[in-house]
Write a protein of this length. Sequence first.
Length: 139
Amino acid sequence: MKNLFLTFITVAIIGCGTDQGEGNFYNYSIKNESGKDITINSYRTIYPIREIPLIIQLANGENLTKTYQDALPPSGYDFGVFFEGDSIIINFNNEKKQVFTFITNNNNRNPFSYAGITETFIFTTQDYENAEDCNGNCN
């Protein structure tokens, strides 16, 4: 009887606990509708520093989608995970460039201000027009 009671208690303890469920899936996309081919150089300015940028190239009209699943309990993601960094430089066909950082993400035209479950950031002709002229030296 003692063994049966200990077995019951052990099973009850192991079986107890909250159902953690599954983590959320995050779907992030970027689209290039700027009228120019773009190169995105992504950097980390905080630890760990990445010396060489992650480079994403998108031809005009092209898009890229990435999906992530967070751990349990859900922790949440934002576009920083998409770019694997905290700052990006958008190079518009080596004519103009634009810089975005997670620190200055109060602008709705900053990809780092996007943090929902499913998000799409579209680089537009307005982004190209607002970019800084770099006289062919955008790197």
